[in-house]
Ligand binder design. Structure first.
Ligand code: APR
Length: 239
């Protein structure tokens, strides 16, 4: 099974990767929909939506401060590191992630496209001022003196993805000879459509211990964890 993945990656020039929260599960961060997932204990619309933020910005920031703190305590997994080791092998390598935990960047990946934003800084809805989230968002500083409000630089449900990031990811998927889909349930669009609609000419492999919404549509669906597969692939490619 993995032989074909190694063979395809050894001859490819253009690779596109899409990751989801599953690749950070091995860093100790909860996924959204799996067992113990964040959406099991919180209601999506209350937290990750413009309406939820409007209704209770303190609740929303309390939740993001907790997640931001967890990101700070987490370390890149063997899978994050394997992707960083793979990247220099290819003249054209794009890592599109749905994750906001910055772990791909901390692992050393360079060409990372953060489709859903990140938790490194907040931005004022009024004047665009930014605030570093290195130590979280002080709840007493959410309201900005300009009359605006600091919000996380996260793409919420119902919001469009940032145009630049989406275009970079969609173009990379369309160019890709090999597309890897790692640790995502592939339920959230348009990110999931990178594999199903944009990577028309690519050979697509998925790495996920469970079946997903796109398992039947990809060329190879590996039922394993990201670290197991990617560490093996890197070892066999001699990356
Ligand atoms: N290795 C690989 N995959 C794993 C691992 C692992 N060790 N552990 C869990 N997974 C898989 C799960 O089987 C699941 O299919 O990771 C996937 C996580 O899916 P979700 O929890 O739905 O997370 P994700 O796909 O990233 O969600 C997409 O939805 O909530 C929004 O904006 C949020 O970016 C998020 C988007």
């Amino acid at each position: 099974m993995i032989d074909e993945l190694v063979r395809r990656l050894s001859s490819a020039r253009s690779v596109c990767v899409l990751t989801g929260s599953g690749i950070s599960a091995e860093s100790g961060l909860p996924t959204f929909r799996g067992v113990g997932g964040l959406w099991r204990t919180h209601r999506v619309e209350q937290l990750a939506s413009p309406a939820g933020f409007e209704r209770d910005p303190v609740l929303v920031w309390t939740w993001y401060n907790e997640r931001r703190a967890a990101h700070g305590q987490a370390s890149p997994s063997a899978a994050h590191r394997a992707l960083a080791a793979l990247e220099p092998r290819y003249p054209d390598f794009t890592l599109a992630t749905q994750n906001v935990d910055s772990l791909h960047l901390r692992a050393g990946s360079k060409n990372v496209v953060e489709l859903h934003g990140n938790l490194r800084e907040a931005r004022c809805t009024g004047c665009g001022a930014t605030y570093s989230l290195e130590r979280g968002m002080p709840l007493e500083r959410i309201e900005h003196e300009c009359g605006g409000r600091f919000r996380p630089q996260i793409v919420w449900f119902g919001e469009a993805l940032p145009q630049r990031e989406w275009t970079l990811a969609a173009d990379a998927a369309m160019r890709a000879e090999v597309m890897l889909v790692i640790g995502t349930s592939a339920m959230v669009h348009p990110a999931a459509s990178l594999a199903t609609r944009y990577a028309r000419d690519a050979w697509i492999a998925e790495v996920n211990p469970e079946a997903t919404a796109i398992s039947d549509a990809v060329d190879l669906s590996l039922r394993a964890t990201a670290s197991e597969i990617l560490s093996d692939v890197v070892a066999r490619l001699g990356a």
